[in-house]
Design a protein around this ligand. Structure first.
Ligand code: NG1
Ligand code: ZN
Length: 528
């Protein structure tokens, strides 16, 4: 393209994808996310940006995922995926924000500015585009494709996929199959193949474990993916499907509903002690639950993380690799205090705390040879350093670890891959869901939202556990917390909604609820 290489792009933007909305939009914790009808021009511009990002990475494939995850059906969003399957590099978030908010006529200048600033040379851009099942997603995907086309990029539209499938496709394509066959069939085959091998190695010695689950697909793409998984798992794991797509996406169902409401989703309220699994709208989060004598029991990201870290720690020791492989768990401030206590003091696995958002956890987890990271909401995975992988693959007595590596989608949290890993561990331990539950008891907790005039007035430090501004807010929170036994509370501005999130835990449910309410009132008063 010549120096006027963007003229056509601007013309197209003005013609088919003009910016029609006022108000600033920002690339947040999970990309751009808002009401679907505000996003057309943003999508078009992200098509342009993804192409330039690919140029900056010597033509490697960049991913573009269209989804608003656990948000309501009427929302949508877009996030870019870097060549190794990780989230878009932090410094590009601001570039994405500037481009999304520029006037149509300023698009060429914005793009040339990025190219000059980052010293990018034009080459063939390659982009893989995926989308969730939202009604708005096909048109928004088309806007992304139009942007890619205007920038001369080569787009591969893989249609409806889970977010982790898109990440997998990006890495598998860029590594030319090194990470796995670059196709969805390759994805299903890799994960289920390793899962079946692992279970076969247990010789049917399952103890209290039963290979049967009830699955809540949130009426989204996770349900479609699970149907494919189930075909590969026939005879090994029985999956009973619920919320498969006939109902409204994320409405009264899905991992976020189950975690936040601490209750069973639509269609699974009468499942008794069955082991139930819920994923979110783009299938990168997972939680487990069951009901016993009418009482709901949640096994969230903390329970999953501690199960995984504890088991992997044991396998590392069994293989005699504990002096060479450093294992650690990364959590956020939302992790239940009991989970941290259990994993550090009972299982002897070190824990680090990172700010909210998997990209922060991922970054921190890279400090370990095996880094397990999970948000309490069920978003997480396990990553193995090259050194750890080589050691494990060359150690004969590390067969289970070798198999487990291939069950895990290391690129990003993958609800169904995480679920398969949990199933492996429960089977190996011979545990029922209740055996797993009783390993430690969660402190009662409550997550609330406070609407304020300007949530960005709140700034935090110490991985979001302490408020810096407004001055005096932390003192008031401390004062409230001191009134409750085992009380803990913190607040932070959400990165995906216009609210302040308030978390509280204490020794009883009533106390946790009261503390959360106290802190919501404090926040509202100070930021009125
Ligand atoms: P925000 O809205 O910034 O709290 C939420 C989740 C994050 C993460 C992102 C991205 C909580 C408390 N927050 O972020 O953990 O998953 O959405 O989807 O669950
Ligand atoms: Zn999600």
């Amino acid at each position: 393209m010549s120096s006027s290489r963007w003229t056509a792009a601007v013309e197209a933007a003005l013609g088919s994808h003009p910016r029609k909305v006022e108000g600033k939009i920002s690339y947040g914790t999970a990309g751009f996310r808002t009401k679907a009808d505000l996003l057309d021009h943003v999508m078009y511009r992200m098509g342009l940006l993804a192409t330039i990002r690919s140029w900056a990475k010597e033509g490697q494939n960049i991913g573009v995922m269209i989804t608003a995850s656990h948000n309501p059906e009427g929302d949508n969003g877009v996030k870019l995926v870097d060549p190794a399957g990780e989230m878009l590099e932090f410094s590009w978030e601001a570039l994405a924000t500037d481009l999304a908010n520029a006037a149509d006529n300023d698009i060429p200048a914005e793009l040339e500015g990025i190219i000059a600033k980052c010293g990018i040379t034009e080459t063939q851009g390659n982009i893989i585009v995926g989308r969730d099942t939202r009604k708005s997603s096909p048109a928004l995907a088309q806007a992304v494709l139009d942007g890619i086309k205007a920038a001369g990029g080569n787009a591969t539209d893989i249609g409806i996929v889970t977010t982790p499938q898109l990440h997998y496709m990006v890495v598998a394509t860029n590594t030319k199959g090194g990470y796995g066959e670059p196709s969805l069939e390759g994805y299903y085959g890799k994960l289920t193949g390793a899962f079946k091998q692992f279970l076969a190695g247990l010789d049917g010695k399952f103890g209290n474990y039963t290979p049967k689950i009830e699955f809540d697909g949130a009426n989204g793409v996770g349900a479609a993916a699970m149907v494919e998984f189930a075909k590969h798992l026939e005879g090994v794991l029985e999956v009973k499907m619920h919320n498969s797509g006939a109902g409204i996406l994320n409405s009264g169902c899905g991992a976020d509903f189950v975690k936040v409401s601490q209750s069973a989703p639509e269609g699974l309220k009468e499942t008794n002690d069955a082991r139930c699994v819920a994923v979110d709208g783009d299938a990168d989060r997972v939680v487990y639950f069951y009901q016993k004598n009418g009482v709901f029991n949640l096994l969230d990201g903390d329970k999953i993380a501690t199960l995984i870290a504890g088991y992997i720690g044991e396998l590392v020791k069994q293989a005699g690799l504990q002096d060479q492989i450093k294992l650690g768990l990364v959590q956020t401030a939302y992790a239940n205090g009991s989970s941290t206590d259990y994993i550090v003091n009972k299982l002897g696995v070190p824990v680090a705390c990172a700010p909210t958002g998997v990209k922060h956890l991922h970054h921190k987890a890279l400090e370990y040879d095996i880094g397990v990271y999970f948000e309490a909401n069920g978003h997480g995975t396990v990553i193995f350093s090259d050194k750890a992988q080589q050691l494990i693959r060359s150690t004969e007595s590390a067969v289970k670890l070798q198999q487990i590596i291939d069950v895990i989608n290391q690129t990003v949290g993958d609800a169904i891959s995480d679920m398969l890993l949990v199933e492996c561990i429960l089977a190996a331990r011979g545990w029922s869901v209740e055996d797993w539950m009783v390993q430690y008891t969660d402190l009662p907790n409550k997550l609330m939202k406070a609407s304020v005039r300007d949530r960005t007035l709140i700034t935090t430090k110490d991985a979001e556990r302490q408020v810096v501004t407004p001055e005096g807010l932390q003192d008031k929170i401390n004062f409230a917390v001191a009134k409750y036994n085992k009380g803990r509370s913190f607040v932070r501005p959400s990165g995906t909604e216009d609210v302040v999130r308030v978390y509280a835990e204490a020794d009883t449910k009533q106390a946790a609820d009261d503390l959360a309410n106290d802190v919501v009132n404090i926040v509202k008063e100070m930021l009125a």
